[in-house]
Write a protein that binds this ligand. Sequence first.
Ligand SMILES: O=C(O)[C@H](O)[C@@H](O)[C@H](O)[C@H](O)COP(=O)(O)O
Length: 370
Amino acid sequence: MLKTTRLGQQPCLSTLSNTAVRVIRCQAASSPPTPVPEKAPLVQRQQEGADDGKPFVNLIPNNGRWDIGIPPVMGAHLMASGTIAPISVSKGAGVDLTPHQFQYHTTETDTSVLLYVSPEKAQAGLTKLVVEAAEAAVKAKGAFTLVLSGGSLPGLLGPLASAKGIDWSKTHIFFVDERNVPHSSLDSTYKAVQEALLSKVPVPAAQVYAIAEGLTVQHAATQYEGRLISIPASALPRSTEGDFPVFDLILLGVGPDGHVASLFPNRPETAATKGWVLPVMNSPKPPPERITMTMPVINAAKEVAIVALGEGKREIVQRILETQALPGALPAQLVRPKGGKLKWLLDVASAELLDIASWGEAKPFPRSAF
Ligand SMILES: O=C(O)[C@H](O)[C@@H](O)[C@H](O)[C@H](O)COP(=O)(O)O
């Protein structure tokens, strides 16, 4: 159960804006929290049938950046083993002779967390988010580019088949990562998306960009990248910085280790600053061979949504949103669309451990007594 004091105490004003979405704006750390009028706890409202499906929108202040950076001295805390952690001295940002292989960029990202009272409402919110992105994209350039993840995400796409407002003849479907397996394999994300959605909507086959079958994973990555590059900029614009493809909407899941797509913690492909699609061998998550779009491609998108629902995601959601890890340790923390929008879609179960009231404060480094 979401601890009521957590939502009740947050230094935010809850107002019903004209878009009928509850906007809970968190104040930056610098200003004292504004007394918040008492609100019925989320779960209680759900029980009373006040579940109107509209999300609680929580804005992450300061673009989610940490005020203090990585402290110069870490350690001296009691470890689970019962011993005191040794003190380690990190040179700190800007002093190191060689920059860390993972870097957070400082470009503004509009980051918000949409908290739904149930997985069903979150799925409805995801459908609405896709429809809105599709309508805006087709209006702006006559095409909508939607990029999908595997795992549990395809299972959430069914309602899109009956949603109004998506022009499937102008929609292009891509995969942010894909397992290097035949399309008929149960491990194929293409198969899962085909069954959940593509078999029910009139999207032209030429506009569904599935991985080529029967290639080595290196060749499959190169072939996929070549297909993306061949798409004219009118349908798939390029970013001014780095000439990366600007997709309209990328839907990501997040793994228990904080990976997104097939970008796993502390792996070289996760740190890549060049290239659009890379091969991944011996993936920590089976199957072992995959292709994946790179982090710069994800961060070039107009909008990215990370969908994390259910109790099983509550720990990793809390770690990603509320703790400071060394760059690269939690790849989801590297997802910051440059000048784009990042939305987290959570439900009460996956948001269980969040302490939204503390979001305006500087994040202490979790492993330091200093
Ligand atoms: O092909 C894949 O495995 C996915 O792209 C992967 O990145 C997935 O999104 C996460 O592992 C979360 O998976 P779940 O949502 O099933 O936990």
